[in-house]
Write a protein that binds this ligand. Structure first.
Ligand code: ZN
Length: 329
């Protein structure tokens, strides 16, 4: 409130001046005496508790100070660099973890809720390094890019390629940037796990960072199914066999709730949904997540991925995230 008070002046012959209205802090006689000599009159704040000054030949009534600053706490574009802390749970399972993530802060309508946004793939060398599929080192329960029964999987796979030759990692990053902007606009802070072509953070590191910094985690992907038609969007749900393994047992229902919220928003915005909107796959991300966490597949190699499409998808995901957070227990 200091800045707001400093912007308030008193007319020379005035008998009444409305001062700072949300008076909570102790009065500051020195500041108000100086204010009485001022010339300028600026727009007063909303008045709940008017403060009155009698005239300019006697000290003005002390102008109290508000608690809240007038200027944004974080200017637009503000972010902090985040590094992994080796003491965090499961951090010792990460093999590629020496890069930073960026924690962007909303500059207005702040909700003090952090959404972790993961642009899938985009780790040079990630394919040739292995990490445990599960924190307890148990084998993978379903097949996929790594066969069922495997204890370890590539730290970060290379990702699919669209039918027009565009790499998935390029598209997930572009969509993540749009999602970041949409969430910041809504007042959410955003942890960008990858903000350029190469994040030296593997899937375990990205998940562990999210667990310790964010309130929920959303990973963006497109499915490499080889189809020649766009099959639509779906999220990856947790396989039945994994629901008794910790930390999955404690969180899988919230993972599903977040996934459903995103699918509902995509459907409401006119995007094609694949089948029931989910497919169960044993993924590293959900195996290590201790916050609501989802991997959403926004289509496949035949899907449109121009800027307008990506921006629309991001806007729908932001709406779904907002719906989830508003109804979250
Ligand atoms: Zn992917």
């Amino acid at each position: 409130m200091r800045r707001k008070c400093a912007a308030i002046f008193f007319a020379a012959a005035s008998v009444l001046v409305v001062g700072c209205s949300f008076a909570k802090a102790p009065p500051d006689p020195a500041k108000s005496a100086g204010a009485a000599d001022g010339k300028e009159v600026s727009a007063p704040a909303v008045t709940e508790v008017p403060v009155i000054s009698i005239s300019d030949d006697r000290p003005a009534y002390p102008v109290a100070q508000e608690d809240e600053p007038d200027e944004p706490e974080y200017p637009p574009g503000y972010y902090d660099e985040i590094v992994i802390d080796a003491s965090w749970e499961y951090a010792d399972h990460a093999q590629i973890d020496d890069d930073t993530a960026r924690l962007y802060r909303a500059s207005s309508d702040r909700k003090d809720i952090i959404i972790s946004v993961n642009a899938g793939h985009g780790t040079k060398g990630g394919q040739s390094v292995k990490t445990y599929c599960h924190p307890d080192k148990s084998p993978k329960t379903t097949g996929g890019s790594t066969p069922a029964g495997s204890v370890k999987a590539p730290a970060v796979t290379g990702g699919m390629t669209f039918n027009d030759g565009t790499r998935e990692a390029t598209v997930t990053l572009a969509c993540a940037e749009y999602l970041k902007d949409a969430l910041l606009e809504e007042g959410y802070d955003v942890l960008m796990l990858r903000y350029d072509d190469d994040a030296q953070l593997d899937n375990v590191a990205r998940t562990v960072m999210s667990n310790n910094i964010a309130d929920c985690m959303i990973s963006l992907h497109w499915d490499g199914d080889g189809l020649t038609y766009d099959k639509g969007c779906f999220y990856i749900s947790v396989p039945e066999k994994l629901k008794s393994m910790q930390p999955v047992a404690s969180y899988w229902q919230e993972h599903d709730a977040l996934g459903e919220a995103l699918i509902d928003a995509l459907r409401d915005n006119g995007y094609k949904i694949s089948g029931a909107g989910h497919m169960s796959i044993d993924l590293t991300q959900m195996s290590y997540s201790t916050i609501p966490s989802v991997d959403i597949e926004l289509g496949n190699g035949a899907s449109a991925h121009d800027d307008t499409t990506l921006q629309g998808l991001a806007q729908a995901i932001a709406e779904g995230t907002d719906e989830y957070e508003r109804n979250r227990k």
